[in-house]
Design a protein around this ligand. Structure first.
Ligand code: NAP
Length: 292
């Protein structure tokens, strides 16, 4: 099998490549073009690259991911998340490859306190969420697709909430963190395993794949500090209070980002470990890499 990974310089793409290598897939069978080599917003570049490499699976991790900046630059966000995805789907069709599209909890409005099932109606509230959902719709038109919605991503290769909170703890003895947004974190190491398992199957369709369990950002922070042996105090605040403290407006975030992972088990795959377990292993990875 040959794999094409987009977004390898990002958090998820990096770990997807590592997972493939750890399963004994040869480097030559893994293509990881950076933007300079295959800008996904360039139709011809995508067509040419895919036609040459002829992957069996495209794992599409690249995206415009800056949720707040997207509000001020919807065009760029749309170009990458919608146009880019369109070209990749067309190219997949060209060579009959499967495509895995990574999507987000932000396709939902977050008003439902119960976990969202994969087939529940979307209602994105931000530019980022809307463009990711438009991407989903394009992917769904091609039969050999998997859509995998994830949330609150953390991995070794890039910036994320865990690294930010660890940095904040170096300078502050207490910190205010939002306690009224509930979701589940996703460790890219665990997700990469699931994605590769998925890619070997023909169980096409939509999945939710975060780590197990739910928490608020404040609870997540408490776990991070506890596991890292830090005594920094976490003050639980509402989203409104946080915006006031931070002094800047953000893109609207869903209050309840609880994704039901039932479809993982229903299709014979293994659920990801709990978010607490994932956090502990991530901190150990940061330590090993000298980042903690
Ligand atoms: N981060 C989260 O919390 C989160 C939550 C839910 C869903 N997701 C989804 O999960 C996926 C992976 O996220 P991540 O956090 O790993 O992303 P990330 O670290 O922000 O990396 C984004 C990647 O996209 C690439 N990219 C951007 N524009 C491109 C273009 N025009 N052509 C080719 N590549 C381009 C970047 O490459 P360059 O470095 O070369 O620019 C980078 O490798 C995305 O689909 C995202 O929407 C993320």
């Amino acid at each position: 099998m040959k794999y094409l990974i987009t977004g390898v310089s990002g958090q998820l793409g990096y770990d997807v490549k590592r997972e493939l290598l750890s399963r004994g897939i040869a480097e030559a069978d893994i293509a990881t073009p950076r933007t300079a080599e295959m800008d996904i917003t360039d139709k011809q570049a995508v067509e040419k690259y895919v036609e040459n490499f002829r992957p069996d699976v495209i794992i599409h991790c690249a995206a415009y991911t800056n949720v707040d900046e997207a509000e001020g630059d919807p065009e760029t966000c749309r170009k990458v998340n919608v146009e880019g995805t369109k070209y990749l789907v067309q190219a997949a069709k060209q060579v009959n490859a499967k495509i895995i599209y990574i999507s987000t909890d932000y396709v939902f409005d977050g008003e439902n306190p119960d976990p969202y099932q994969v087939n529940e109606p979307a209602n994105p509230q931000s530019i980022y969420g809307r463009t990711k959902y438009e991407g989903e719709k394009l992917v769904r038109e091609y039969p050999k697709h998997f859509i995998v919605r994830i949330a609150w991503v953390f991995g070794i290769n890039g910036r994320n909430f865990v690294k930010t909170m660890l940095r904040v703890a170096e300078e502050h003895t207490e910190v205010s963190v939002v306690d009224d947004q509930i979701g589940s974190p996703t460790y890219t190491v665990d997700l990469a395993k699931f994605l590769i398992d998925l890619s070997g199957s023909d169980k096409y369709g939509t999945y939710h794949a975060t780590n197990e369990g739910f928490c608020s950002w404040a609870e997540f922070t408490e776990e991070i500090y506890q596991d890292a042996g830090l005594s920094t105090k976490v003050n639980r605040v509402s989203t409104e209070q946080y915006i006031e403290i931070a002094g800047r407006q953000q893109a609207k975030r869903p209050h309840y980002s609880k994704l039901s992972k039932d479809s993982i088990e229903a299709n014979g795959f293994t659920r990801l470990p709990s978010w607490q377990d994932a956090t502990r292993r991530y901190l150990a990875e940061l330590k090993k890499e000298g980042e903690l």
